[in-house]
Design a protein around this ligand. Structure first.
Ligand code: THU
Length: 303
């Protein structure tokens, strides 16, 4: 994995290392380098302040600090410095060590709340920012800032991490619904002629589209929601943040789909957005649609 995660705060990092590794891979691929890695320390506000003071002489809390191993000549980035990078090859890591960075979890939590997305996505964005610093990008001048920003945006887009025009990573109900409408055209429904598109937004900001596909043996039919869920699961996602469903006529997910969503929903407050294709939509929560529900914790948490 290109990321060595050092979790220096209370709690459990969950699948963060895998997620941040995907972010790092996307950044390196865009830069055109491979076989490199870096360490990501996740620390609290006080620790990053001390680091900032000790390493940079700035006694201030910040969101992210990056410490590249390579000194890139002005105007160049990793792609122009193959030789310098090779010198940083670390046999114990089996990779070129680009350096390390520290992410402030306290600040990431605040920024995630301000931007309306998950802490994981905020940490992903901060990791991308660091990755580009570690590959020689900077934001001292306006031109450099633009170039770095463009790379960050491309990395986020490659990961399907949604960004709003203000630079946050966010997806509105309308945008998720539009993706459900978009995939509706692929619905295979020769029997019912009821075409459905769905799109799931996962907690790490990816989107997965699905459509219903019917079968001559009618019972083998798969709904759009479960088609989208299958794509998400196969891509390694396990936490669903929202789903939109667009159909010929407004329809809420069927009972089986509600139960499948229940398995992976981040919470019962997960928004379910439903409406007619190209029309308006209504938002309910999964808890509204599946009250008194039965979920994984009912089976897994028994004594
Ligand atoms: N269908 C869905 O895709 N999602 C729902 O939530 C309700 C039903 C599909 C299944 C079948 O292909 C068609 O709509 C008619 O039941």
């Amino acid at each position: 994995m290109p990321i060595d995660l050092q979790w220096e705060v209370p709690g459990d990092p969950g699948g963060l290392e895998t997620f941040l590794s995907r972010v790092a891979d996307a950044c390196m691929e865009l830069e055109g380098i491979s076989g490199a890695c870096f360490a990501v320390r996740v620390v609290d506000g006080e620790t990053i302040r001390a680091l900032n003071r000790e390493q940079r002489g700035v006694d201030q809390v910040t969101d992210v600090l990056s410490f590249p191993t390579v000194r890139y000549p002005a105007g160049t980035t990793a792609r122009d410095n193959a030789k310098r990078l090779r010198r940083e090859y670390d046999p114990s890591l089996g990779a070129v060590n680009l350096g390390d960075c520290a992410l402030n979890l306290d600040r990431a939590r605040e920024q995630a709340a301000e931007l309306g997305h998950s802490v994981q996505r905020e940490l992903g964005y901060l990791t991308a920012h660091s990755a580009f610093h570690l590959m020689g990008y900077d934001h001292m001048t306006e031109t450099d800032r633009r170039a770095m920003r463009a790379m960050e945006k491309r990395a986020m887009a490659a990961l399907q991490l949604w960004r709003d025009p203000k630079g946050g990573i966010r997806m509105t109900h309308q945008e998720l619904f539009n993706l459900a409408c978009e995939v509706h055209v692929n619905s295979y429904a020769p029997y019912s002629k009821f075409h459905v598109g769905a799109c799931i937004l996962t907690e790490d900001g990816r989107t997965f589209q699905g459509c219903n596909f019917e079968n001559a043996s009618l019972g083998a039919t798969i709904c759009a929601e479960r088609c989208a869920a299958g794509c998400a699961i196969a891509a390694g996602a396990r936490r669903f943040a929202a789903i939109a469903v667009a159909a010929d006529e407004p329809a809420w997910p069927c009972g089986i789909c509600r139960q499948v969503l229940r398995e992976f929903a981040v919470s019962l407050d997960m928004p379910v957005i439903a409406g007619r294709v190209g029309g308006s939509f209504t938002v309910k929560t999964l808890g509204d649609l599946l009250p008194e529900s039965f979920g994984p914790e009912d089976v897994l948490n028994r004594e």
